[in-house]
Design a protein around this ligand. Structure first.
Ligand SMILES: NC(=O)c1ccc[n+]([C@@H]2O[C@H](COP(=O)([O-])OP(=O)(O)OC[C@H]3O[C@@H](n4cnc5c(N)ncnc54)[C@H](O)[C@@H]3O)[C@@H](O)[C@H]2O)c1
Length: 326
């Protein structure tokens, strides 16, 4: 008896999963979808699955151990910090990601957040709603992007797209990326510096590195203290790069001028997080990747990878079976 393959979606951000369901059907597989958040429910939903499509649910060793032999995990996205890739390698589970589907969208969002902080858009919006109107200088001096020194941590696809936007606004760009090949910068005027130098000089810092053992907490209390007084922080990468308690302190006690965050250590951001109440913080709910074009491309790319898996064709987005530092 040939067992029917099982395709499980642990969690997703889309209106529907018609494409994925149709791909599973074409491949002769069963299809089911869940809204898993925690590890236990993820393990239960995926037990015995052959293909797991995942957005943010935790794909831990325990979850991976419950999958069928030779299973694959396909991530709706670029980062794979919610998947224990080392355990997957050991257990013979493939892990595949979609790279580059939302580069412009994330870079746009990083600029939207930076401009919102610089031009204090949320402050004026709140003031008009609460008080009817306010003076231009009500929230202190304003500045623009022209001549601003912006430091990027990580200059891969999204970092480069962000640099192009910053240059369009007349910014000076510093970058820290220990793995970047300078030729990848394509002649863009960017000064590659150490992280301490970047923190010392940048008036705004934007994070574009993946979350891994080396970047977890890369902005802790000492690094935030080393930033310029009044500096701004934008994070569209992963919440785990920043120590959120130290960040809330740096904002509350006035060392930093503001932070605009799309990603958090825990998502949804806990109800009692101080970041929710500090005035000089702009929050968005992990939407940087999301635009009409990018969401459609992401879903199409994941469905195509699923189709390849079910038909036995080579996968194109594998991060297992290769050195993780390229
Ligand atoms: N908020 C969102 O919706 C959203 C969407 C897509 C991607 N992301 C995040 O953005 C990240 C970057 O995406 P990308 O497509 O540009 O990836 P990428 O792999 O093209 O670029 C990542 C860059 O980070 C650099 N890097 C690695 N370790 C570093 C370190 N220790 N210090 C500094 N730099 C380091 C790499 O050398 C590389 O140049 C993803 O890993 C993901 O976590 C977030």
């Amino acid at each position: 008896v040939i067992r029917t393959a099982r395709v499980v979606v642990t969690d997703h951000a889309f209106e529907n999963l018609d494409l994925e369901a149709a791909t599973a059907r074409q491949g002769g597989a069963e299809f089911s979808a869940f809204e898993c958040v925690g590890e236990a429910e993820t393990a239960e939903a995926t037990f015995g699955a052959d293909a797991v499509l995942v957005n943010l649910a935790p794909i831990t060793r325990a979850v991976l151990a419950g999958l069928s032999p030779g299973a694959v995990v396909i991530r709706y996205g670029t980062g794979f910090d919610n998947v224990d890739v080392a355990a997957a390698e050991e257990l013979g589970v493939g892990v595949s990601v979609v790279a580059g589907y939302g580069t412009d969208s994330v870079a746009d969002h990083a600029l939207a957040l930076l401009l919102a902080l610089l031009r204090r858009v949320p402050f004026y919006d709140r003031a008009i709603r609460a008080d009817g109107w306010c003076q231009p200088g009500a929230f202190g001096p304003l500045r623009g992007l022209s001549g601003l020194t912006v430091g990027l941590v990580g200059v891969g696809r999204i970092g480069l797209a962000t640099i192009d936007r910053l240059h369009g606004f007349g910014c000076r760009v510093l970058a820290f990326d220990p793995f970047v090949d300078p030729t990848a910068l394509g002649g863009r005027p960017v000064e590659l510096v150490s992280l301490p130098e970047l923190l010392r000089r940048a008036e705004a810092v934007s994070l574009h590195a993946p979350l891994d053992d080396a970047t977890r907490g890369i902005l802790g209390a000492p690094e935030l203290a080393a930033m310029r007084p009044g500096a701004l922080l934008v994070n569209t990468s992963r919440g785990g790069l920043v120590d959120e308690t130290a960040l809330a302190d740096a904002l509350e006690f006035g060392h930093l001028g503001g932070a605009a965050l799309d990603v958090f250590e825990a998502e949804p951001l806990p109800a009692d997080s101080r970041l929710r109440t500090l005035p000089n913080v702009v929050l968005t709910p992990h939407v940087a990747f999301f635009s009409e074009g990018s969401a459609a491309l992401l879903q199409r790319s994941v469905a195509d990878e699923l189709g390849r898996f079910l038909s036995g064709a080579p996968l194109t987005g594998l991060v297992t079976g290769r050195s993780l530092v390229e």
